[in-house]
Structure formats: structure tokens, C-alpha cells
Design a protein. Structure first.
Length: 247
């Protein structure tokens, strides 16, 4: 098992990519703190996984609040006697022409998608340094690497995550803390299920592989980056996008 004996935090961990990453980490032997604002789904997931013999706990966390993040890291360290891995996955979208995007909505996306990633890294790395090192995996996006109309706030935030990942990797490389990011293409999550067939087919057409990604595929990439299999990888932004950005 790639993560046997390791402890991890997954933010935005109750659905989509986050949930599948929690499941994959547990499968690979990790103990996991699931952080999310949805207490109902979090409690349900913890109950299911613990019944299967996993060691999983839930904490309600709003990643835009530093006090929540401090409490989250403290709980993981207390529950698991240390922290080895964090996957900063919590995020929101906002699609709007830039001239119609309110400053309030801009700030909300930046606060959750970029500030939250920074704050998670800040406090997780501090805990990891005390125990000799660890692995930070951030969730960026194809839109952290290319532009797209009507996604200014999201694209700006994910572009920030992409370069923040590089900066943190350089800063903490000699302290045995690796920092990488996974950059998904469009993934077949519940968010896309609300799209009509025409819009969904358009998204599919943008990927040379001719399909959307599956959340399990992103989860496996996250586990790879978090594991010792990636022991000489830091500062990488791993594109898992079916060729989207290669065009």
C-alpha cells in the first residue's frame, strides 16, 4: 500500500474528486481527516469508511477562515500523532463575463480557491516540519495553465495555485516537504450532471481523448504525488486532462 502508516487531510472531501481521493487514500493505507462545510455528507462518509476498518474523522472547515484551518491541522495532528499529507481540493466556480462579475464574487472565488490553498499549506507545512517532512498536493486546473472566457476569477485563482505550488516547493525542498499540484481537465462529477447534453458534448470535444475524466483518475494522480513513488518530484503541476492543454 502506497500510503501505509501515513496521515492525511483532504479538503472538500465529501464529494467529487475529494471524496474519491479520500477513498483512494484509505485504500492505500492512510488515516484521513475529511474537511468540508457539508457536515451531513461528511458524517455519512466517515461512518461508512470506519465501518470498513479505516481510520477516518470529519471536521467542518471553511477554508476561507484561517481559524478553521488551524483547528483542522491541530485535530489531524492530535488524532493521528502527526501530519504527512494534505490535499487542498476545496474550491468553487464562478462563470460570468468579467464586466458583469461583481467584486464580491471575485473576492469569494479568490478567498476559497487561492487564499484557502495558501492557508492550508502554511499551517500543514508547519506541522510537517515538526515530524520531519511531508507532501502537499494542491488542486489547480487546466485553467491554471490556459485562459478561458468568462472565468476570470477562477482562472486567476488557479493560475495563482499553479505558481504558488512552485514557490512553496522551492522554499521547503530542503526541509523534506514536497509541494505539487494536480491540474484536472473537465471531470465527470455531479457538477457536470446539471449540464444539458449539447453543452456536455462540447466539453467532451475539447479533450483529444474524446471523453471526460473520471474522479478516480484524479484521485490516483493525487495519491501518486503524495506517495514515496514521487519522492524526487516537487514543484510539478501534473496535467491530468486527456490532452486538453496539449492542443
Amino acid at each position: 500500500m502506497k500510503l501505509k502508516g501515513k496521515s492525511a487531510i483532504v479538503t472538500g472531501g465529501v464529494s467529487g474528486i475529494g471524496e474519491h481521493t479520500v477513498r483512494q487514500m484509505v485504500k492505500e493505507g492512510a488515516s484521513v481527516l475529511i474537511a468540508d462545510i457539508n457536515e451531513e455528507l461528511g458524517t455519512k462518509l466517515v461512518k461508512e469508511l470506519n465501518a470498513s476498518g479505516a481510520k477516518v474523522v470529519f471536521q467542518r472547515v471553511d477554508v476561507s477562515k484561517e481559524t478553521d484551518i488551524i483547528a483542522m491541522v491541530d485535530k489531524a495532528v492530535s488524532e493521528f500523532s502527526g501530519l504527512d499529507i494534505i490535499f487542498s481540493n476545496a474550491g468553487i466556480g464562478a462563470q460570468s463575463p468579467s464586466t458583469e462579475l461583481s467584486y464580491e464574487d471575485w473576492q469569494k472565488v479568490i478567498s476559497i480557491n487561492l487564499d484557502g490553498v495558501f492557508l492550508c499549506a502554511k499551517h500543514a507545512i508547519a506541522a510537517m516540519k515538526k515530524s520531519g517532512g511531508g507532501s502537499v498536493v494542491n488542486c489547480s486546473s487546466i485553467l491554471g495553465n490556459v485562459g478561458q472566457a468568462a472565468t476570470a476569477a477562477y482562472t486567476a485563482a488557479k493560475g495563482g495555485v499553479t505558481n504558488l505550488t512552485r514557490a512553496l516547493a522551492v522554499e521547503y525542498a530542503q526541509e523534506n516537504v514536497r509541494v505539487n499540484a494536480v491540474c484536472p481537465g473537465y471531470i465527470n462529477t455531479p457538477l457536470l450532471s446539471e449540464m444539458d447534453e449539447e453543452a456536455k458534448n462540447h466539453l467532451i470535444s475539447l479533450h483529444p481523448m474524446g471523453r471526460l475524466g473520471e474522479p478516480e483518475e484524479i484521485a490516483k494522480a493525487v495519491v501518486f504525488l503524495a506517495s514515496d513513488d514521487a519522492s524526487f518530484i516537487t514543484g510539478a503541476n501534473l496535467l491530468v486532462d486527456g490532452g486538453y492543454t496539449a492542443q
